[in-house]
Ligand binder design. Structure first.
Ligand SMILES: Nc1ncnc2c1ncn2[C@@H]1O[C@H](COP(=O)(O)OP(=O)(O)OP(=O)(O)O)[C@@H](O)[C@H]1O
Length: 457
């Protein structure tokens, strides 16, 4: 079970209980609330990780104004929850408005159980990935030459309508780059809708992206807008495109070529009005291999290519990033402000950071929580034994972490250490590819992200 705090805000007790029963098996704390006047007091006691928010709260009221007001209240929290908007109607304008105002996703009622769980998992994963950042528009930090050049490129391509492909290793900040492009574009008033293409099951690919009409297949209990329609007027961030099966690539290509999509079961296509920003951690040799990625789709997506350099190629950014994240976690965990010793900072800057900024961020969080001295020392960041270090060394071997390769998991290793080692080894095997590692480990990407955070990898 994943430990997460979920709140279901719905005045239909049957709906709320059904969702609660479903989610309770999978997540820790699942609460329901039908009286919205109790929400401020509940938030004062603790903000949930994810809120499922019914937009049409009062029966008979279908303009959604009340639901949107609740959404504003949730988003105004210092550490706002991830919000999944729910609507009983195939009300695309309302869902789009909710996305614009900061909801991360939406589902229509009655929902499909697997889809609801996937939406909550993804909301948790995104929250974990961006945790602590200024939610909505976390700043892309870095004053190195490489980052200054990247920011200048973002500023020049953002106002154009060109599709942009963002390349870079895991954890370098590709999603932040996508957000920066959207924020500086003419579409900034619209939504930036992120879709993890690696996590979309092939069976629901079309329905998720293009939508469906009620009754078009057994589970299609209501009309559903696809991601293309929901992002209308905004940008669609297609993450992990390198993990898309070839059949799905063909469908995406057709939509982009025709600039229209046909929801399953619909008789007419609908024009699309989105700018596509895509990202992958595939290296370019793999991306240009037609057995992995279709050249014609690549050509549609990579009008502009932005490469985000790994942290080891811009080491001068490490002190700035470390200072930023230490400060952020000191505030979050209410710990005193401390300096980093000169020796520790030097070692942080010399470290190779295979997990890039995400790993640095986790190392800072660990130091804030566990550091006991008057200043942070190198040991507080756990670099020597960190998963990052294991990944680096194992990557040069047979793709297995040394502890596992040597069969040294018995004896003095705790279960925690074995789990950490197995995760590091699997990540290394797939060159840091989260989707592939999660699949091999038999857990969701969201669960893997949480474990990476837990182990400071
Ligand atoms: N330049 C930066 N300034 C501040 N924080 C950053 C920067 N780059 C990355 N981060 C932080 O590092 C983490 C990973 O960033 P992000 O999710 O954008 O990376 P990614 O390349 O999309 O990763 P993945 O390929 O694994 O999905 C986030 O917590 C993000 O806020």
């Amino acid at each position: 079970m994943t430990s997460a705090h979920i709140l279901i805000l719905d005045d239909d007790a049957d709906v709320a209980t059904a969702a609660q029963l479903l989610l309770r098996r999978r997540y820790g704390q699942v609460a329901t609330l039908s009286d919205t006047s109790a929400l401020p007091a509940l938030l004062a006691r603790g903000v949930p990780d994810v809120v499922l928010l019914d937009l049409n709260f009062t029966p008979g009221r279908i303009n959604g104004a009340e639901g949107l007001a609740l959404l504003d209240l949730l988003r105004a929290q210092t550490q706002p929850p991830a919000v999944i908007a729910m609507t009983a109607y195939a009300d695309v304008p309302l869902a789009v408005e909710a996305l614009k105002r900061g909801a991360g996703d939406f589902i229509t009622k009655p929902w499909d159980n697997a889809r609801l769980i996937a939406a909550v998992d993804q909301a948790l994963a995104r929250r974990a990935a961006l945790r602590g950042g200024a939610v909505g528009s976390p700043e892309l930090m870095g004053e190195s030459r490489a980052m200054r050049e990247l920011k200048a490129l973002i500023a020049s391509v953002a106002p154009t309508e060109a599709n942009v492909m963002v390349l870079g290793e895991n954890g370098v900040g590709k999603e932040l780059v996508a957000r920066a492009i959207h924020a500086a574009s003419k579409r900034a008033a619209g939504t930036l809708l992120a879709v993890d293409m690696g996590a979309l099951p092939e069976s629901t690919f079309e329905s998720e992206l293009f939508g469906h009409r009620k009754g078009s297949f057994t589970d299609a209990k209501a009309d559903r807008a696809g991601r293309f329609q929901a992002a209308r007027g905004g940008s669609l961030f297609l993450d992990e495109i390198g993990n898309m099966p070839l059949a799905a690539q063909a469908k995406l290509l057709t939509a982009l070529e025709r600039r229209e999509v046909t929801p399953i079961g619909a008789d007419k296509p609908e024009a699309i009005d989105v700018r596509i920003i895509s990202a992958t951690n595939l290296d370019e040799a793999r991306l240009f291999d037609p057995s992995v990625f279709r050249a014609d789709l690549l050509f549609r997506l990579n009008t502009i290519v932005l490469r985000v350099p790994p942290l080891r190629e811009r080491r001068e950014d490490v002190p700035l990033l470390a200072a930023h994240y230490l400060k952020l976690y000191e505030a979050q965990y209410q710990r005193p402000a401390r300096n980093v010793s000169a020796a520790a900072m030097d070692a942080l800057a010399r470290h190779d950071w295979p997990g890039n900024v995400r790993a640095l961020r986790h190392a800072c969080e660990r130091a804030v929580i566990l550091g006991q001295g008057t200043e942070y020392g190198l040991a507080d960041f756990a670099l020597a034994t960190s998963g990052a270090a294991v990944v680096a060394s194992a990557g040069q071997e047979a793709g297995l972490a040394p502890a596992i390769a040597a069969g040294a998991v018995a004896g003095d290793m705790t279960l925690e250490a074995i789990e950490r080692s197995a995760i590091a080894a699997t990540l290394s095997q797939f060159n840091g590819n989260i989707s592939h590692a999660a699949k091999t480990l038999g857990i969701s990407r969201a669960a893997l992200y949480r474990k990476l955070g837990k182990h400071g990898i």
